[in-house]
Design a protein. Structure first.
Length: 359
């Protein structure tokens, strides 16, 4: 692009020296090129702004996702700790339950043995019932002792069976807690996986945006350098040409925005954009600064050859009477600018001297 620009500038300079009478057209070509490059620069600046805004949003979203990721990791850590604790309790209860089941089995064996002994003693006592009481007393005492011992063992067995029931209920509760913790941990893991996917996508988008941004900044710098070269070329052409009449049809308007012809047909009214800034249309000297009825604060610039430009309705005027001013120099601002081009006492149609965007 730089090589093309230098070729364009060289061609313009050749035309300006080889065809001196058409330097106004050459300046117009420079202005067209400046407008094209400036338009591209504006577009790139807008793209850079959008990309920077998008990257800022992505970085903010990434930070929020990372914060959520840290919270979920902490929750997962707590669930894993709870799982380990519940698993340890479950194992302890299972071990204790196995002990209780062993004790129950042992008690039942003992009870069965005691019941057989009692049955034996009762049978003997029945067969020896006709014996004197003195001879069967020991059997009666043994039967009473066995019965008491049997009753105690049955009570112990009932308590063990109650313990078994309670431990099984607790074991069921722990199994439920384990299942719930596992389910929560799985949900957290799924959320973490989703967040990791988003973070990776954000990182890819940010890297692509950084690459695009780097390319745009490079192009912007190149365009800014091109604009500097074009302005220097335009400055040289202005130094070679001072005849206002040679710029008929290629002058830049004093403000951006739409215009409306004055009722008397002698001038135009601008509705300026860009903060209402008003620029000088050509090199010259300020020959009047003051107030004129109906037009407010007015500047008149003498461009030589009896050509004048008139700027009315100004505020924040930046130049004084007698100042040298140059094309595209900021004169002030206006909310509604009145503008004329005069040759001696004649008011000229500004539409023939510059491109205007009429209402």
């Amino acid at each position: 692009m730089r090589r093309n620009l230098w070729f364009f500038v060289a061609l313009i300079l050749w035309c300006s020296f080889a065809l001196l009478p058409s330097q106004a057209q050459t300046l117009a070509a420079v202005d067209d090129r400046l407008e094209s490059v400036s338009g591209r620069l504006h577009s790139i600046s807008a793209d850079i702004g959008r990309i920077v805004a998008t990257m800022a949003r992505l970085e903010k979203t990434t930070q929020a996702q990372q914060t959520q990721r840290e919270v979920l990791l902490e929750e997962l850590k707590q669930q894993q700790t709870q799982l380990r604790n519940t698993s340890n309790r479950t194992e302890a209860i299972q071990a204790r339950l196995a002990e209780i089941e062993g004790e129950i089995m042992a008690r039942r064996v003992v009870l069965a043995q005691q019941e057989r002994r009692i049955a034996t003693v009762a049978d003997r006592l029945y067969r020896e019932i006709l014996l004197p009481a003195e001879q069967t007393r020991y059997l009666r005492d043994a039967l009473g002792s066995f019965s008491l011992y049997l009753s105690e063992n049955r009570e112990n067995l009932r308590q063990l069976e109650q313990f078994e029931k309670e431990y099984r209920e607790r074991l069921s509760d722990y199994h439920g807690s384990l299942d719930e913790s596992l389910h929560i941990a799985e949900e957290i893991a799924l959320k973490l996986k989703e967040i990791e996917g988003k973070l990776q996508q954000y990182q890819r988008t940010l890297r692509a945006s950084e690459t695009q941004l780097k390319a745009l900044y490079g192009e912007k710098q190149s365009l800014e350098e091109d604009i500097a070269v074009l302005f220097e070329t335009k400055k040289r052409l202005y130094q070679d040409v001072r005849d206002f009449s040679g710029f008929k049809g290629v002058l830049e308007p004093p403000a951006t925005g739409k215009v409306q012809m004055a009722a008397d047909g002698k001038g135009v009214y601008f509705s300026p954009r860009n903060d209402g800034r008003v620029y000088c249309i050509f090199d010259g000297e300020v020959v009047y600064r003051g107030a004129i009825p109906k037009y407010g604060s007015v500047l008149i610039v003498d461009h030589g050859g009896s050509y004048f430009s008139v700027y009315g309705g100004l505020v924040d005027i930046l130049v004084q009477e007698g100042d040298k001013v140059y094309a595209n120099e900021l004169l002030g601002s206006s909310l509604r600018l009145y503008f004329e081009i005069r040759h001696r006492k004649e008011t000229l149609d500004p539409r023939k001297w510059m491109k205007l965007e009429e209402l």
